[in-house]
Design a protein around this ligand. Structure first.
Ligand code: OGA
Ligand code: MN
Length: 288
């Protein structure tokens, strides 16, 4: 049976229906999903009651998975638990618990793992328990924002390399959040400012909360420039806001979209999300 694809906005996002992804899929069944991913940058599936193992199995169709380094509220080898619930006690964590503060870094516009030498290709997030209000995940298309730039603006981006630094971005949340060990785990890395989707040749700029500055430019100038790119990609016409229902799966293309989580009443409502992350296939720039 053919899947149905319904665009959610003009530039970003599509809802996929007519498929049960809790079941094993063969390559022929996966191919149209991969095409839709490369075309729409964000895919939404409803009513997929996935176990962790099923989520991992489906995610592996996109490629090898990242292992979780900092799954601070528990998880597994491949599952990052993005949650305000203590896995030990099953109680809501206090809002000033460092794990909650740490995860609030996800409320800045970012793209996953851009602070790693090989940044993530895709992320797959499932809503296990979702609050009745707030906690939307928003997406902004860097590809669509790139496409409307003038040829001169596009040419200016060509060949630029940005420094992405987890210590810098989490420092914006709280300068004392990361200890020495955390900082040593994530030294600054280099990322290309322009990326091309190898399957369709579509170009995009590439930045994130983790992007600190541009190599060869004065730090403040590069920072302001990167901030402007974020502002362009997150204009309403280039964004999609996902209002979660339990059993939703949302997949995004980290090469060309920014995303952020919106806040919610964290003292009142439980939110438990499981993420798998598909590794990229190589560095985007020569190593730092
Ligand atoms: C993530 C992320 C935002 C959210 O899982 O990578 O940024 O809404 N999540 O939970
Ligand atoms: Mn994220």
């Amino acid at each position: 049976m053919a899947i149905q694809i319904r665009k959610l906005t003009k530039h970003i996002g599509a809802e996929i229906s007519g498929i049960d992804i809790t079941k094993p899929l063969d390559d022929a069944a996966f191919a149209p999903i991969l095409d839709a991913f490369n075309e729409n940058s964000v895919l939404v599936f409803h009513d997929q009651d996935l176990s962790d193992d099923q989520q991992v199995a489906f995610s592996q169709h996109f490629g090898a998975l990242e292992t979780t380094v900092q799954s601070n509220v528990g998880g597994g080898t491949y599952i990052a638990n993005i949650s305000n619930v203590d896995p030990e006690t099953d109680k809501i964590l206090p809002v000033d618990d460092w794990r909650i503060v740490y995860n609030s870094g996800n409320e800045m516009w970012h793209t996953d793992s851009s602070f790693k030498p090989v940044p993530a290709l895709a992320s797959l997030l499932t809503g296990r328990e979702v609050p009745p209000e707030g906690a939307e995940t928003e997406f902004g298309s860097m590809r669509a924002a790139y496409a409307v730039m003038s040829p001169e603006e596009q040419a200016r981006l060509e060949g630029l390399i940005a420094v992405h630094d987890f210590t810098y971005s989490r420092g914006l949340v709280d300068p004392n959040l990361l200890n020495e060990e955390h900082r040593n785990e994530t030294p600054p890395v280099h990322q290309a400012v322009v990326r091309t989707n190898p399957t369709n040749g579509k170009k995009s700029f590439y930045t994130a909360s983790h992007a600190s500055h541009i190599i060869g430019w004065p730090v403040e100038e590069g920072r302001a420039f990167l901030k402007d790119l974020v502002a362009r990609a997150t204009q309403p016409e280039f964004t999609y806001s996902h209002k979660w229902q339990a059993k939703d799966l949302v997949i995004w293309d980290n090469r060309c979209v920014l995303h952020r989580g919106r806040s919610w009443d964290k003292a009142r409502y439980r939110r438990v999300m499981h993420r798998t992350t598909v590794a990229g296939d190589g560095p985007t720039a020569p190593p730092a």
